[in-house]
Ligand binder design. Structure first.
Ligand code: 0RA
Length: 646
């Protein structure tokens, strides 16, 4: 190619690169899902993914993430370093291509499992395009190289800035506030939760996180280090640590089937819930898919075969089916797929057909061996399966009752529900209120056009510890189903929640701001998490935030939601003020409740989101299982919530 021609292709390519960057900045959601809290954190995962890839190739074993004081993020690894040599086709350094060319992503390393769909895997160039500033430093072959960028554009060609004995890559980026207009404040808990998960999913890799925005009581930065020697086997113990084990050991396997790396770990506990978590290329596949159906099939056939042969099923009069094998089961399935097809509403359902048989085979082999070698455990498992089948028969009846009641709901709304007059569900809200007296105040205070009130009596059932039929027989829970108008069972899935007839698009939990109130809030959330997860995932569940204080001076009145606000208001009023601490909703009159907590113009609703399903699961089992730690602490520092003003 002549120099002239080279120059032309170079400029043509750089124009394309610019168009790529502009497109990312114009339509960021197409690349990172959204520009809210989730998208913001996604930037970090994207950069860390590259280091994890390097680790999976066996080239790196240490990854450090730092939240800097200004909310910029630094990700460091001790891998081979991104190549800096001249990229023939692009005419610039390979590093610059990786950092500035949209879609260049994993092209360098064909051996790595790059995710082509779903949420991750869009490439670090996307992070660069969405950052006001990014600095890349590469330690490679004795030399330190560096390049900086602004909103995706290189500020200068890659330069060498010194010599080194180290190897690795360091990337620091600051998210662009023009893009992330809501906030660029990182949540330590969200990032550390993900790093812990990644450490379990990639055993042998040390992943640490440091928060330079905050120091602990010893004057040290908040810091955690995650490292797992045994991977999923330890992940399962961590996840299920708050439940009582039915068998002592973790059943696990790791191997390759038809060129697909498969890892599985499972345990049985004495609870009645099924907890399956699945991952593809380190991404949590919330909606499941072929790997999960493969797991289920392998489990059912193997256990059924064993149970049949054991003769233990001979005496029972009802059929044993798939779900019965999964009661009290906690399992994690993790597969690596070269070209994953992601489907489903949130693009977290694996579609690749070939994966199903691979996982099913792997599970059959693992379980067959285990059952043979542990006959006592095998017996306990089969007994549990029989009990589950028995309970399911009872539950089906109770569930059908709930369903029938909901279906013929003409005049069948719960007597305690004070409904609203608006007919369009998208405009309607229902407040689930603790206790009849607060319910009464809320009923007077509300705007009856679009706000409905459902008072709940006392403590609702702890579903974490109850068998299914008890749940469906519970009055308060039946009322929730009927009031919301949701039913169980869709065409695709007999157990899925059907939201087609949902009567309110906002379901607001409103409890006292005290310990009892937060306990009730947690009980209701546990019920939603286990039985109406789709409602949470649909973004319909909210928590009301009543104020903690009323600060008064003469006729001046202001509410405060925390101690800092209270003190600031008191100071601004200067002089002697009277401070009322609200212990419960009942201490407010209808007008106050409306002003502070229910009026859409002034209230703050916290939307409940499921940030990290495995972590949420562990938290709920901890809160509602046998060991009950301070709930206040959970409510206050819990990662399941995103604070969103609505
Ligand atoms: C492709 C080739 C090589 C290194 C990398 C990618 C690499 C990328 C990232 C991103 C973050 N950390 C990274 N570390 C390495 C090197 C190939 C070679 O040295 O032969």
């Amino acid at each position: 190619m002549s120099e002239e021609a080279k120059k032309n292709t170079y400029s043509a390519d750089s124009i394309q690169a610019l168009e790529g960057i502009e497109h990312v900045r114009k339509r960021p959601s197409m690349y990172i899902g959204d520009v809210g809290v989730r998208g913001l954190h996604h930037l970090v995962y994207e950069v860390v993914d590259n280091s994890i890839d390097e680790a999976m190739g066996g080239h790196c074993d240490n990854i450090k993430v730092t939240i800097n004081e200004d909310n910029s993020i630094t990700v460091e690894d001790n891998g081979r370093g991104i190549p800096v040599d001249h990229h023939k086709k692009e005419g610039v350094s390979a590093l610059q291509v990786v950092m500035t060319k949209i879609g260049a992503g994993g092209k360098f390393d064909k051996d790595s499992y790059k995710v082509s769909g779903g949420l991750h895997g869009v490439g670090v160039s996307v992070v660069n395009a969405l950052s006001t500033h990014l600095q890349a430093t590469v330690y490679r072959e004795g030399v330190i190289w560096q390049q900086e960028y602004e909103r995706g554009k290189a500020l200068y060609p890659v330069k060498s800035i010194g010599e080194t004995d180290l190897r690795g890559t360091v990337v620091t980026f600051r998210p662009d506030t023009d893009i992330f207009t809501q906030s660029i404040e990182y949540s330590y808990d969200t990032l550390s939760g993900r790093m812990r998960e990644l450490a379990y999913l990639n055993k042998g890799v040390r992943i640490s996180i440091t928060d330079k925005r905050e120091k602990d009581d010893n004057g040290e930065f908040i810091h955690e280090e995650f490292y797992s020697e045994e991977g999923l086997k330890e992940f399962i113990k961590f996840l299920d640590g708050n439940r009582e084990p039915l068998i002592q050991s973790v059943i696990s396997m790791e191997g390759e089937k038809n060129d697909i790396p498969v890892e599985v770990a499972m345990v049985y506990n004495t609870s009645y819930t099924e907890n399956l978590h699945s991952y593809v290329n380190n991404i949590n596949t919330h909606e499941g898919g072929t790997h999960l159906s493969g797991f289920r099939r392998g489990l059912t056939t193997t256990l059924k075969k064993y149970a049949d042969a054991s003769g233990m099923l001979d005496k029972i009069k009802f059929e044993v089916q798939g779900d019965d094998f999964r009661e009290g089961l906690t399992a994690i399935v993790s597969v690596k797929v070269a070209e994953p097809q992601f489907e489903g509403q949130t693009k977290t359902k694996l579609g690749n057909r070939e994966v199903s048989a691979a996982v099913s085979q792997a599970v059959s082999e693992m379980l067959t061996d285990y059952l043979e070698e542990h006959p006592d455990d095998a017996k306990v498992i089969v007994q549990k399966v029989i009990l589950a089948a028995q309970a399911r028969h009872a539950a089906t009846k109770a569930r059908e009752m709930v369903q029938r009641k909901t279906v013929m709901s003409i005049g069948g709304l719960p007597g305690k529900l004070s409904d609203c007059s608006e007919q369009d569900p998208t405009k309607c809200e229902v407040f689930l209120v603790e206790g009849d007296s607060a319910g009464g105040t809320a009923k007077q205070g509300r705007d009856r056009n679009f706000q409905a009130i459902l008072p709940l009596r006392g403590k609702i059932l702890n579903v974490e510890k109850a068998m299914q039929h008890k749940v469906f027989e519970n009055e308060e829970i039946k009322n929730i189903y009927t009031a919301l108008g949701v039913t169980i069972g869709t065409e695709e899935d007999s157990k899925a929640l059907n939201l087609d007839k949902l009567r309110y698009h906002k379901v607001v939990i409103m409890c006292d701001a005290d310990v009892d109130g937060s306990h009730i809030e947690t009980l209701i959330l546990t019920f939603f998490f286990r039985y109406m997860r789709e409602l949470i995932e649909g973004g319909h569940v909210y928590i009301a935030t009543p104020p903690l204080y009323l600060v008064k001076k003469g006729t001046k009145k202001r509410y405060a939601w925390n101690n800092k606000e209270r003190d600031e208001i008191a100071e601004s009023f200067n002089g002697s003020v009277s401070i009322q601490r609200y212990k419960g909703l009942g201490e407010m009159n209808a007008e106050q409740l409306w002003d502070t907590t229910m009026n859409p113009e002034f209230r703050t609703l916290r939307q409940v989101t499921i940030d990290n399903a495995t972590e949420s699961d562990r938290i709920f089992s901890m809160l509602m299982g046998d060991e009950v730690p301070p709930r206040r602490e959970f409510i206050e520092k819990n990662a399941v919530y995103a604070n969103i003003d609505v």
